[in-house]
Design a protein around this ligand. Structure first.
Ligand code: KG4
Ligand code: ZN
Length: 344
């Protein structure tokens, strides 16, 4: 079964083709980062309009890369939420209409389920169950993944998401939007220990996160200072160390609480090298194993949407003909594919 995946929930337009036997055949991502940079953040209306401009050609290109035409598709999967409603409606409208025109089934996919299962596209994927640390621009969550569609949220951020904190702190340091990855690069050149920021929520029980206080601590350290290159790098290093420590600490707590031995790191911040090495070391020293999708499967992509769509289409799940998007959609409201009521 060949499934076209479409992702347009935020500021990446993406398309991919997944084949049940041969795996991922092709994928493409167009980032709108340059479009939004001038505004210092994603402008929802601009995002939606750019998806309209890019999506049809992107789909044609990805089909050509896969060496197939629309006629060879067995189904279409599109991200139906959560995300920006205008942006979501572009992918949902296009995907639903294409499936209708081709007389093929369509399926509405949950964006976070895509992130949670993206690791299954890797050659040596973990078995179920596993604990997932989902860290992106919009979410920071610890989720117990018992199987496809069986998710239990154990903890989440009470304020900013980890990626959001990276981006906002990068902005404070004068880095262009989206600054998360640039801040991480800058941190590599910084000195450890010059700025010791608080480790949010470390002393509190439970598995929730909080990052807005940390961002404020950086803002206070920056205030009244004219930053030279060394200051910025040292601040970046101090900030990143605090975020990484907080994520590692809560992940270990969650592994202990659930008794899971496999940790999967997902979402855009999962591309952070410091976080990856710290989690790997922490997991291994506790006799557990950490799994990461490659960085391009951590950030938003359509390969993960095509994969989830394939699983759900196989079990007979179908999107209704009406084009709908769910900007808010709790991930633990999902059900295992094939169980009654699973259709979006
Ligand atoms: O998953 P994603 O592509 O989009 C969302 O669904 O949010 O995540 C994007 C987030 C942004 O906040 C970006 O700054 C952050 O991931 N990010 C990073 C790194 N690469 C991307 N944050 C820290 N270090 C990185 N290397
Ligand atoms: Zn995402």
């Amino acid at each position: 079964m060949k499934v076209l995946g479409i992702e347009s929930s935020c500021d990446e337009t993406a398309a991919a083709v997944y084949d049940g036997e041969r795996g991922l055949l092709a994928e493409r991502v167009h980032s709108q980062a340059d479009l939004h940079a001038a505004w210092g953040g994603v402008v929802p209306e601009l995002a939606a309009r750019d998806h309209v401009r890019r999506l049809p050609r992107l789909v044609q290109s990805v089909l050509a890369d896969a060496g197939i035409t629309t006629r060879d598709l067995d189904g279409v999967a599109y991200t139906a939420g959560p995300g920006l409603v205008g942006a979501l409606m572009v992918g949902a409208g296009y995907g639903r209409a294409l499936a209708y025109a081709l007389d093929r089934p369509a399926v509405a996919v949950h964006h976070l389920e895509g992130h949670l299962l993206a690791v299954l596209l890797e050659p040596d994927p973990p078995e179920f169950p596993y604990l997932a640390l989902l860290v992106s621009g919009g979410h920071t969550m610890l989720i117990d993944v018992e199987g496809i569609g069986r998710y239990r949220v154990l903890g989440e951020t009470l304020d900013d998401a980890a990626g959001e904190a990276f981006d906002k702190t990068a902005k404070l340091l004068g880095l262009p939007y989206p600054g998360g990855a640039r801040l991480a690069e800058l941190a590599e050149r910084g000195r450890a220990g010059r700025f010791a920021f608080p480790r949010p929520m470390r002393d509190r029980p439970g598995l929730d996160f909080s990052f807005s206080g940390l961002k404020t601590a950086v803002a206070l350290a920056v205030r009244g200072r004219i930053l030279d290159a060394a200051d910025s790098a040292d601040l970046a290093r101090g900030f990143q160390a605090a975020v990484v420590d907080s994520l590692v600490e809560k992940s270990l707590r969650a592994l202990e609480a659930t008794g899971r031995s496999r940790l999967v790191v997902a979402g855009g911040v999962g591309a952070n090298l410091k976080l990856r090495s710290a989690l790997k070391a922490a997991a291994e020293s506790n006799g557990m194993r950490a799994y990461y999708p490659r960085p391009s499967l951590c950030t938003d992509n359509a390969a993960m949407i095509a994969l989830v769509g394939h699983e759900r289409l196989l079990h007979g799940e179908r999107a209704p003909l009406a084009v709908t998007a769910q900007p808010r959609w709790p991930v633990d409201a999902l059900m295992a594919p094939g169980s009654s009521g699973a259709a979006a």
